[in-house]
Ligand binder design. Structure first.
Ligand SMILES: [Zn+2]
Length: 416
């Protein structure tokens, strides 16, 4: 009987092993920022890494990236905040049977740090399916899909870029060798200049952990302008997109428990209700509750005022609480950020709703998670990064590792 029992087990292992191998590659495309040589105004380059598997090459349902009427060589690219190790990629071509067709040929290029280099491989061209290119492993922050047009313009519906899940990558504390010294300097600077870095308990980290993986915002509309429902939703979407850039730095890293951190705007604060041109009740509205000479959402609902995480006097209950405020001030240039949220100019925000990296806001969100300014010193060997104001306009590898360093030092407070 014992011998018989072994046989099914061996069979099971044989069957499972190839499946486990196949599942070991992770699609890292979704944490990248997409860009392209050209995008038709009615299409969207965001389509290429939105995670939606297209139903067919002539996708009339989901957003698409297309270059009509441009022809010749066109490209779309994924840029990551941190170095990725890649060993295969899938592309799904857009082909509407008219002006946009599958390409005559395509190839991948990766960024070496100073130039684009071709990725040697075979590049199949088929409609209505993913086309897979496998290649020797490359480590890079950018992967470019270069398309040569054939019978029409070209386009893509989705790009997947796969990294081997070897337990390496950024799953643990393993910053690139060149960043070890500057990261060490930054953390020692934090310890010597922050009044209470380990005792303070209202970092963005604490807020997300208290909510079990989400974040709530109040918009402080510190302006006399009116706001339509569409603008309200765009303000929310832009904030969520920018916040996600920092959260993507953490996905899968060093015990961080959340692949996604949903962001909800639960409240709006204004001077005059008539400024808000909607009548639905999707957000709480707080009228003429003035603090710091600006409207704010009710204090009993704010995490800043209730750091225990309990909101007994919040009218809608705890689900209507807000962790941070997005404070948008007319005529304000520059920014401010802290555990209470972020403050930027309302004109800056409204004119950058669709900007890939709203860098002032990103910088201020960094402060909300503990990251410091670098007005008076620069860590060894790093010139340009988001938290050194004016030197970079997106989250760099160094910013990403400084961010992860905060998690490394705080995670034990959550039992992780
Ligand atoms: Zn700053």
């Amino acid at each position: 009987m014992r011998r018989l029992a072994i046989l099914p087990l061996l069979l099971l292992m044989t069957l499972l092993f190839p499946l486990r191998e196949a599942a070991a590659d992770t699609n890292v495309a979704r944490s990248a920022t997409p860009s392209a040589s050209y995008t038709s105004t009615w299409e969207s380059v965001a389509a290429i890494n939105d995670g939606i598997d297209p139903p067919r090459s002539n996708d009339t349902v989901n957003r698409r990236w297309g270059t009509w009427p441009q022809t010749g060589t066109q490209w779309a690219e994924l840029t990551w905040p941190a170095t990725q190790t890649l060993r295969s990629a899938d592309v799904y071509f857009f082909d509407d049977g008219g002006g946009v067709r599958v390409p005559a040929s395509w190839k991948l290029q990766y960024w070496t740090g100073s130039a684009y280099a071709d990725v040697p491989g075979t590049y199949p061209v088929a409609a209505d399916t993913y086309n897979t290119a496998s290649f020797a492993q490359v480590s890079t922050t950018r992967l470019r899909v270069v398309l040569q047009s054939g019978q029409g313009s070209v386009g893509l519906l989705e790009v997947r870029a796969f990294a081997p899940d070897t337990g390496g990558g950024t799953s643990g504390w393993n910053p690139p060798a060149s960043l070890v010294t500057p990261l060490d300097e930054v953390w020692r600077h934090v310890e010597s200049t922050y009044p209470n870095p380990y005792g303070f308990r209202n970092y963005g980290w604490d807020q997300i952990m208290a909510n079990r993986g989400s974040i709530n915002y109040c918009v402080r509309w510190d302006s006399s302008a009116t706001v339509t429902a569409a603008q309200r939703d765009q303000i929310h979407a832009a904030l969520a997109r920018q916040f996600k850039k920092w959260m993507d730095v953490m996905a899968g890293h060093n015990g961080w428990p959340y692949a996604e951190v949903p962001l909800k705007v639960v409240g709006w604060a204004v001077r005059d209700r008539a400024q808000l041109q909607w009548s639905d009740t999707s957000v709480d509205v707080y009228v003429n509750n003035i603090r710091e000479n600006a409207p704010q959402c009710a204090e009993p609902c704010g995490r800043f005022f209730n750091q225990s995480g309990n909101y007994p006097n919040c009218p809608g209950g705890a689900s209507h609480h807000y962790d941070m405020s997005l404070w948008l001030t007319a005529g304000f240039s520059g920014g401010a950020g802290g555990d209470w949220g972020q403050r930027v100019g309302s004109e800056y925000y409204m004119s950058n709703l669709n900007t890939a990296s709203m860098h002032i806001l990103l910088h201020e969100i960094g402060h909300s998670f503990g990251l410091d300014d670098f007005y008076d010193w620069t860590p060894t060997g790093v010139c340009c990064f988001l938290m050194k104001a004016g030197s970079a306009t997106s989250i760099t590898d160094f910013d990403a590792w400084m961010f992860r360093d905060w998690w490394r030092h705080l995670k034990s407070r959550y039992g992780l």
